[in-house]
Design a protein around this ligand. Structure first.
Ligand code: IFM
Length: 442
């Protein structure tokens, strides 16, 4: 059926729809390396911090009631390592119970839990031990992963291990915008190597934990942030070369390590790392925008060419809205690895909710196109369920399907949340919905 030229877009049976969030951005009351980073003047652009955030730690039932009402079938959240292991080797069992209750609450509402074990934040003791620069960091991370795998094993969880490792690397060790605030290419590569090893050891630990418990193996996935990278000037060979280099470093290297069970150059020497074997049942893909790079600028220092003014933007972060980059990044992962994909994050920070509707629809059109072309995509998650603490942008960024009044903590679903519910209910996007939000088809 068509409506003003738009085709109804049907998604495969069993396709999972939902949203994603993380502990530090929503819970409030954490004490980790980011908490201390936020207190340093100038680190968070609007001067806010995550001390209360959405108070999700106490209000997760309310949030999951809303997710259910909005039709969500899967919810991706993270466990906060610093709560579980506040000192090395010391476990806080009450916090373990807390995340058991969080997971159970989702399951009771018929929502599939997808659990991330590391979403940017580190316990203070881990930071003080040198964090991801410490050669022992993968071994320090692994016991916590086993602990949580066992604690949540009764709930049929899908496991993500480390969220966007290359943003941990880029933000923390190259651009210096995340803790520990380094600007050092060599250190960035060391961190990338240790994050890769940490993924492998964690996956192995989860698999062994399930085996020991006599349970079926769960689904485990790396979650990669992937940006569509383009040369600023296509006719300039140096720009083209730089774009290829940045793509290989930022979008490909880490994942290549997971998929080939090795530590690829330049983070390593290409040698095999056995724990990485069988550490990806699917690939989690987080996509937001494109990035243009120019050889006339110092990319490693974060210098970027001007944005395209004809494109709409994400507030604060100033990312270009670029749905046409989604299909090629999806397709390139599929062509290279032939592994199922899950769109684990996609969304926009804006108070213009009509823009959020357009953003979701135009990106889903690309996901649908990839599925039509044979890519095995298992689901799609909007970032995020509610507005939350957006790292360097603090509380002034609005990624939520549900708006948050931080003075009262009142949650109010936006129009986009209801538009998304209609898509979920139909497991598809009608022509009239596209016409309503995107206007007449050209
Ligand atoms: O808020 C972040 C999230 O923590 C990781 N992926 C990108 C989102 C938007 O910046």
């Amino acid at each position: 059926m068509t409506s003003m030229g738009y085709k109804t877009l049907k998604f495969p049976k069993g396709f999972l729809w939902g949203s994603a969030a993380s502990a530090h951005q929503t819970e409030g009351g954490n004490h980790n390396d980011w908490t201390e980073w936020e207190r340093i003047p100038g680190k968070i652009k609007d001067g806010t911090n995550s001390s209360v955030a959405c108070d999700h730690y106490h209000r997760y039932e309310e949030d999951f009631d809303l997710a259910k009402e909005l039709g969500h079938q899967v919810h991706r959240f993270s466990v906060e390592w610093s709560r579980i292991e506040p000192d090395r080797g010391k476990w806080d069992e009450r916090e373990v119970d807390h995340y058991r209750a969080v997971t159970k609450t989702l399951v009771q509402r018929g929502i599939q839990p997808m659990v991330t074990l590391h979403h940017f934040t580190n316990p203070i003791w881990f930071r003080d031990a040198g964090a991801w620069l410490n050669p022992k960091s993968p071994d320090m991370f692994a016991p916590y992963c086993r602990k949580i795998a066992k604690a949540l094993s009764e709930y049929d969880v899908i496991w993500n291990i480390i969220n966007e490792p290359m943003n941990v690397v880029g933000g923390g060790y190259l651009l210096g915008e995340f803790p520990p605030g380094e600007h050092d290419y060599g250190k960035a590569l060391v961190a990338a190597k240790h994050l890769l090893m940490a993924h492998g050891l964690a996956a192995k630990g989860i698999r062994e934990t399930y085996d020991d418990l006599g349970l079926h193996q769960p689904q485990i996935a790396p979650v990669q942030v992937v940006t569509y990278i383009e040369p600023y000037d296509r006719s300039n060979g140096s720009d083209v070369e730089l774009a290829e280099y940045v793509d290989s470093l930022y979008n490909q290297m880490w994942l290549q390590g997971v998929m080939t069970a090795s530590i690829p150059e330049p983070a390593g020497d290409g040698s095999q790392y056995e724990p990485l074997e069988n550490s990806a049942d699917f690939i989690g893909v987080n996509y937001y925008s494109r990035m243009r790079v120019s050889s006339k600028l110092d990319f490693m220092a974060g210098e970027m060419p001007p944005k395209d003014d004809s494109l709409e933007r994400c507030e604060g972060l100033d990312w270009e809205v670029y749905p046409q980059g989604y299909y090629p990044v999806i397709k390139s992962y599929w062509d290279r690895w032939r592994k199922p994909l899950f769109m684990t994050e996609n969304g926009i920070g804006t108070l213009d909710d009509r823009l959020r509707c357009r953003y979701i629809l135009t990106h889903l059109q690309q996901v649908h196109r990839a599925i039509q072309d044979g890519v095995d995509i298992r689901g799609y998650l909007v970032w995020s369920l509610t507005d939350n603490f957006e790292w360097t942008d603090g509380l002034s960024s609005h990624f939520g399907l549900i708006g948050m009044d931080y003075s009262t903590l009142k949650r109010t679903p936006r129009e986009s949340a209801y538009m998304y519910r209609e898509i979920i209910q139909k497991n598809g996007i009608s022509g009239s919905l596209q016409q309503k939000y995107l206007g007449r088809h050209s």
